[in-house]
Each structure stands twice: as structure tokens, then as C-alpha cells.
Ligand binder design. Structure first.
Ligand SMILES: Nc1ncnc2c1ncn2[C@@H]1O[C@H](COP(=O)(O)OP(=O)(O)OP(=O)(O)O)[C@@H](O)[C@H]1O
Length: 294
């Protein structure tokens, strides 16, 4: 059974088509990143996944049920971009209060450990930094031991140290065969912490696969060199080359096979090549290629 299924889902706010015919399934046990620029439709998709927003068209299912039923069974946990904590309680009291609302919660100490809050357990919830408060929101999202965990830009207010610890906790949680979907703008996070990246732009899926597949699919590698004033006809006919750009004596070739391209460049042409560099298309290149306006 799929943990998450969107079938031809659209969501319109007045004139704005925020989600446009989204088809998407996530198998149970996967950790999936939903990557997209501002306004791509990530939060709207998450709202529908949690049953907080109704699709204008199409169907969303979580663990084979409508989202609100899965949530009512305590099978879905969520960490949203905002959400007040109860100020008078300590972290420990707050987490314990929330975990008791669920039929089969995680143990209190396990939650605190997973969210790296053990040392902050006695701190009042209104005396926390932004990043610490985010970790409490994470603790609350896993308190009920949900099978599906949904995180909307979870590391937004966190410093580097908090991020590292947060991702450790997320991985520990996911390792129990649970499904995690997180939204992010951060390419490195998507790359490092998920086993599948779904790139959305303008409410549609524009790429879907492992980070490596997405990088490969968006133009392979780049060979750059200085040509100076030499005529450069025929570069686009070199093996592997998919695109050529010439700018002020600098040539940039996109290639699916950099070895073949470079060999042919040296052996098959009489060009005087200087400063040759080969770089992998990184996820950032791929992301920009995929999400730019067409
Ligand atoms: N309540 C609303 N009313 C009208 N338009 C909305 C509403 N919520 C979102 N939108 C619009 O829908 C589109 C998608 O927004 P959404 O918040 O889902 O994107 P996002 O990918 O989560 O963006 P961000 O990364 O900035 O959080 C945007 O154009 C946004 O302006």
C-alpha cells in the first residue's frame, strides 16, 4: 500500500492555481523531499495531505484513507511552519501532555532524545530560541508515533548545529520503517536526507527521482575552457555535447559524456584550449534548469 497518494490533484485560491494536476505516490518506509522555489505549491500540497485544505479537484489518500481519517487514527504527524507552544509548560510537560493524547505514543524519554531535547526538558517553552522551539515542534510531531510524518521546512529557524541534530533525529525516526515527507528550499538537505526528491514548480511535478538521477537528467556535466578569439564552429558536433554557450572567449559545453567530449576536443580539433575544467552539474544547476519559468 502507498503511504501517500495524490491523484490528479489541483487546488485553486481564486485566480491562483497553486497546485495543478499533481500525481504522486510515496511507498511506505520512504523519506521523500518535496523541493521547490517559493510559491511552488509545497505548503498547499502539505495542507491537503493533512486534510487541512480540500482539493479543488482530484483525490488525496494517506495509508489508503482520506487524510482526515488517517489523522483521526493518530497515524499522521506534522510539523508546520508555525504553531504556538503553550508558554507556561516546560518542554517535558508539554511533550508529555501531547503524547498522552495518542493511543500508542512513543516513550517520553525516547521523544526527548530523538529531538535532542533531553538537556532542555526543564526549560519553559517560552524561554526557547527559535531553533530550540522548532525541535520541540518536531518532538510534538513524532509524539504519537505516526506512521506518516510530514515536515514543512523543518529547519527554517535552525543554526548549523541544530540542523545536524535535527536530521539525526529525523533519520532515527524514519529508520523504524516510517514514511517521512519534508518540504524544503535547501537543495543540500533534499540531497542528503531523502532517498527520493520530488521537484515541484508552479504546482506541478517537474522532476522525480534520486538526487543523482535528477542531476543527471538536467544536463549531465559541464566542460569549460578559454578559447580567446579562435573560431569555434563545430563544438556542438562533438560527442556527448548537448548544448554550447560562447561568451567573451569562454566556451561552456554541456555534455552527457565528458571523457568523449574532451578526447575529441584535443584529438579532433586544432583549437588551442586553455584552462579546461570539468564540473558535475550539481543539484543547484539541475534545480534552476528544472524550475525556471518556461
Ligand atoms: N490562502 C491563500 N490564498 C491565496 N493564494 C494562496 C494562499 N496560499 C497560498 N497561495 C498561493 O498559492 C501558491 C502556492 O503557495 P504555497 O504556499 O503552497 O507555496 P510553497 O511552495 O509552500 O511556497 P514557500 O516555499 O514560499 O512556502 C502561491 O502563488 C501562493 O501565493
Amino acid at each position: 500500500m502507498n503511504a501517500i497518494a495524490f491523484t490528479d490533484v489541483s487546488k485553486r485560491y481564486g485566480d491562483v492555481l497553486a497546485v495543478d494536476g499533481l500525481d504522486l505516490t510515496v511507498e511506505a518506509g520512504r523519506t521523500v523531499a518535496l523541493l521547490g522555489p517559493n510559491g511552488a505549491g509545497k505548503s498547499t500540497s502539505i495542507g491537503m495531505l493533512l486534510g487541512l485544505l480540500r482539493p479543488t479537484r482530484g483525490r488525496v489518500e494517506v495509508l489508503g484513507s482520506p487524510p482526515e481519517e488517517a489523522a483521526a487514527r493518530g497515524e499522521v504527524g506534522a510539523m508546520l511552519q508555525s504553531g504556538e507552544l503553550i508558554p507556561e509548560l516546560t518542554v517535558r510537560e508539554l511533550v508529555d501532555f501531547v503524547r498522552r493524547l495518542y493511543p500508542r505514543p512513543l516513550g517520553l524519554d525516547e521523544i526527548l532524545r530523538t529531538a535532542d531535547l533531553t538537556d532542555l526538558a526543564r526549560r519553559r517553552a517560552d524561554r526557547l530560541s527559535g531553533g530550540q522551539a522548532q525541535r520541540v515542534r518536531f518532538a510534538l510531531s513524532i509524539a504519537g508515533a505516526p506512521r506518516v510524518l510530514v515536515l514543512d521546512e523543518p529547519t527554517a529557524a535552525m543554526d548549523v548545529e541544530s540542523r545536524l541534530r535535527f536530521w539525526e533525529g529525523m533519520r532515527a525516526y524514519a529508520a523504524g520503517g516510517r514514511t517521512v515527507l519534508f518540504a524544503t528550499h535547501y537543495l543540500e538537505e533534499a540531497d542528503e536526507h531523502s532517498d527520493r526528491v520530488i521537484v515541484i514548480a508552479r504546482g506541478r511535478v517537474v522532476a522525480d527521482g534520486t538526487a543523482a538521477q535528477i542531476k543527471a537528467g538536467a544536463g549531465g556535466q559541464t566542460v569549460r575552457f578559454t578559447l580567446g578569439g579562435q573560431a569555434a564552429a563545430g563544438l556542438d558536433a562533438l560527442p556527448g555535447v548537448t548544448a554550447v554557450e560562447l561568451d567573451a572567449g569562454l566556451a561552456t559545453l554541456r555534455t552527457a559524456d565528458p571523457d568523449a567530449t574532451v578526447t575529441a576536443l584535443y584529438r579532433g580539433t586544432s583549437l588551442d584550449i586553455r584552462d579546461l575544467r570539468i564540473t558535475g552539474a550539481d543539484l543547484e544547476d539541475a534545480f534552476l534548469t528544472l524550475t525556471q519559468e518556461v
